[in-house]
Design a protein around this ligand. Structure first.
Ligand code: GTP
Ligand code: MG
Length: 779
């Protein structure tokens, strides 16, 4: 009765607390939201209002969709509000068995591939890559860790923990590459270092061809910062698919997340390259991660082949096919242009007929499985090729039974594809360098002369020199590449695609309010005056507020900055003898490829102890066993290392001995006097349930007894009263009684034996008192 009023009051409170995010449709909420919108519009007209406050008012007036609210509630995304929920989640986190399924494997292995800070350290572009970027400390490394269910990547509490581009291979064999990019904005590192990694990170993002998606991480507490908007604009300009991931959602109430997501969606709708809606996650609490895994799953390597029963992914072949298709499309468009331009009817109609015939071939555009076998070359032992009813389209079985790996022209092609992935405009530039109009740049000297030379141009120049020696050089490009070269010689006027390390940008990208507004509903912010250009070095920061720092131009350094010495971190142009660079790349490729194969065969074999007998049965193992038989007799298989070299393990127990000094713990145990030993109790007594402090010294035993006594005296007094020995004196007294009892028992036994006349011990002392009167007594 006393608390009968509580239920209705709580109900009223719940209704009052309910926000628009929680009950989206009632009239009361609509009125509230209308009021908030009015406040927002009033603030928009105020010239002195703070942009942050404006953003907050806008978020408060947003109405999230029911679907979004349901998603957040079902996945328990958001800060825990009540004590009850906290308890529930605590149990859930504590007892959850964490083995996520990702890329079709349970808890796939995440292996460090490489860490790069310059172009030469980049791994080959043969796995689909997904990079995570965002402001420093936004939780990039943590997200990667929990995607695979392992704690591999380096996570720290301060910004600037990742200072290199870290490449992680996922799965065995690898099906995906996750790239942990260093963060932008404030970081606890020198300006120089930050510049270096930001510069290289931006170059990587726009030049890497196998970058499938860029996940832009945004802290849920902070929302989209100006630097994030800059990054989005940069990605749009360079046509990189991106998606926003809102992290650390366990720190913000779900209603706030919902509002923020609504506003975000509204703002970002205009972007072409946004690959998906903003996704709320909490890596630390593992919320919303499955959705992210599903998205990334679609980007893993799709095709596979079988080599001696081991499945391999044909990523590089697919990559080559993509390049060839692009080439084919380009040629076709060229032909079309030529056909329309020609005035000669006969010649023009002939070309048109050719083009139409080519167009009529179905599946040329994306060529599904079409020339996979052609690309496989001599990998395929029996490449099945047949024609279907139409007779036009060749079909192949998707699985190849056997493949061989060797160094032949396929490697050259791979290297070629790798080179074109690094320098997409390679062929154009080669053609340019071959033409009489080419300007020959002087080589870049160590002192940094020739400030207007881009490193890529130098790289390409060198490669062009190599290509000119194609006939003599066995490492040169394939014939196909030289065909393309002749094609491309014609189009000198066409500007190559800007995807290289070129700091003289066209100037269309100045950003002081000229581009489209990111937030159309909002007043333009005074970003130019407030933000600090990252590349302006120390001078730019003086007197400015600490906060978000980011580059202010499309390219990350002005020509003046480069002239001042910022160029020294630019990817180094290949130098030295022609062909050396290609040879190095080829070597690197072979090494990585063989490592990958090793990985595959290792994983197929399993752990050595589990399949030992099976391995012994294989013909190879039998052969090697036969060959080694003679050696085996002399030398056992498993020697152990000593200071004097390898020694065979001796057989038999007798020869085993402990080498060296036993650890201090054992020595101490040897020295210590055991309580029971001191009491002269036998091993049999140790097993009895007694509180005697077995294996302890006096002092230790005393401590133990006292602790036990203080703990039990209030709760279990009967145990204390019945206890054998809570104190030393008691133990001693007990010992005495015990000894006495033992003596008594022995005496009784002797007496009984004497009486029975059986098993009499001849040497036992006579118990005079027990003797009958008639027996002769010792006087
Ligand atoms: N509460 C919460 N904390 C998180 C979450 N994700 C990351 N953190 C914390 O954020 C801090 C930074 O995490 P990192 O993963 O190192 O961040 P980063 O983006 O890799 O940082 P840089 O490498 O410096 O750019 C760590 O203390 C993490 O514990 C999350 O989902 N929830
Ligand atoms: Mg990190």
């Amino acid at each position: 009765m006393l608390f009968a009023w509580r239920a209705p009051v709580q109900q009223v409170l719940r209704v009052l607390r309910a926000s628009p995010a929680q009950c989206g449709s009632c009239r009361w909420t609509s009125a509230l939201i209308r009021r908030r919108r009015r406040a927002f519009h009033r603030a928009l007209e105020d010239p002195h209002v703070n942009p942050a406050r404006l953003q907050k008012l806008r978020e408060r007036s947003a109405r999230p969709s029911r679907g979004m609210l349901r998603y957040l509630a079902e996945n328990k995304i958001g800060r825990v509000q009540t004590q009850e929920d906290r308890k529930k989640l605590w149990y859930e986190h504590r007892y959850v068995r964490y083995a996520p399924s990702f890329i079709g494997q349970i808890k796939p292995k995440m292996r460090l591939w490489t860490a790069a800070l310059e172009e030469s350290q980049l791994p080959l572009a043969r796995l689909p890559e997904i990079a995570v970027c965002g402001r420093s400390n936004s939780g990039k490394s943590t997200l990667l860790n929990y995607l695979c269910g392992q704690e591999s990547a380096n996570v720290r509490r301060f910004p600037g923990s990742t200072t290199e581009l870290v490449f992680w291979k996922v799965g065995r064999p690898a099906q995906l590459c996750l790239v942990d990019l260093p963060g932008y904005g404030y970081a606890e590192a020198s300006e120089e270092k930050r510049l270096q990694w930001t510069e290289f990170m931006l170059w990587y993002v726009r030049a890497r061809k196998n970058l499938k998606r860029l996940l832009l991480l945004v802290d849920a507490r902070q929302g989209l910062k100006p630097s994030d908007r800059e990054m989005i604009a940069y990605l749009e300009r360079h046509s990189v698919p991106w998606q926003i991931i809102v992290t650390k959602c366990d720190k913000v109430p779900s209603k706030d997340i919902a509002r923020r997501l609504t506003v975000l969606k509204e703002d970002l709708r205009q972007y072409r390259k946004m690959a998906g809606d903003p996704l709320p996650v909490s890596a630390l609490k593992r919320r919303g991660m499955d959705m992210l895994r599903d998205i990334l799953n679609q980007m893993k390597v799709a095709k596979e082949m079988v080599k001696e029963g081991i499945r391999l992914k044909v990523y590089d072949l697919l990559e080559q096919r993509r390049i060839r298709n692009r080439e084919r499309r380009r040629r076709k468009s060229e032909k079309k242009e030529a056909a329309t331009a020609s005035e000669e009817g006969a010649a023009g109609s002939q070309v048109k007929a050719d083009v139409q015939a080519e167009d009529a071939v179905p599946g040329t555009e994306d060529a599904p499985d079409m020339d996979l076998h052609q690309l496989l070359g001599n990998w395929t032992s029996q490449a099945p090729a047949r024609q279907d009813q139409e007779g036009s389209r060749i079909q192949h079985s998707p699985v190849v039974s056997k493949a061989f790996f060797s160094v032949d022209d396929r490697d050259t092609r791979r290297v070629d594809s790798f080179m074109s992935s690094l320098f997409p405009d390679l062929s154009e530039l080669r053609a340019m360098s071959a033409s009489p109009h080419t300007v020959h740049y002087p080589p870049v000297s160590a002192g940094g002369e020739g400030g207007d030379i881009t490193p890529t141009m130098c790289a390409v120049d060198n490669l062009a020199a190599e290509a000119s020696q194609a006939e003599e050089d066995p490492l040169a490009f394939s014939d196909e590449a030289s065909d393309d070269e002749s094609d491309e010689g014609e189009e000198l006027d066409v500007k190559p695609e800007v995807r290289r390390f070129d700091f003289h940008h066209s100037g269309e990208t100045s950003r002081s309010g000229k581009g489209p507004s990111l937030f159309p509903g909002l007043r333009a912010e005074k970003r130019d005056s407030e933000e600090v250009g990252l590349l302006r070095g120390q001078q730019g920061q003086q007197g400015r507020p600490r906060g978000d720092k980011m580059y202010t131009e499309d390219d990350f350094a002005s020509p003046q900055d480069y002239a001042a010495g910022f160029r020294r971190w630019a990817p180094a142009a290949p130098a030295g003898t022609p062909g050396k660079f290609m040879a190095e790349i080829r070597q690197r490729y072979e090494r990585e490829w063989s490592m990958e194969l090793e990985d595959v065969s290792h994983s197929a074999r399993g752990a050595p102890d589990t399949q030992w007998s099976e391995r012994a049965e294989t013909p190879e193992a039998r052969l090697s066993k036969d060959a080694k038989d003679g050696q085996d007799a002399k030398m056992p298989l498993m020697p152990f290392v000593t200071q004097k070299g390898l020694k065979p393990i001796p057989k038999g127990h007798e020869k085993k001995k402990i080498l060296g000094k036993p650890p201090a713990r054992i020595l101490k145990m040897k020295r210590s006097t055991d309580v029971l030993k001191a009491l002269n109790l036998k091993a049999r007594d140790r097993t009895r349930k007694r509180n005697t402090g077995t294996g302890l010294e006096w002092e230790e035993a005393k401590d133990k007894w006292l602790t036990w006594y203080s703990r039990n005296k209030s709760k279990n007094w009967h145990r204390v009263s019945e206890a054998d020995s809570p104190m030393k004196e008691d133990v001693e007294a007990e010992y005495e009684t015990f000894q006495e009892r033992r003596r008594q028992r022995a005496a009784n036994l002797r007496q009984a034996r004497h009486k029975g006349g059986r098993a009499r011990d001849a040497n036992a002392p006579r118990d005079e008192a027990a003797l009958p009167e008639w027996a002769g007594r010792d006087e």
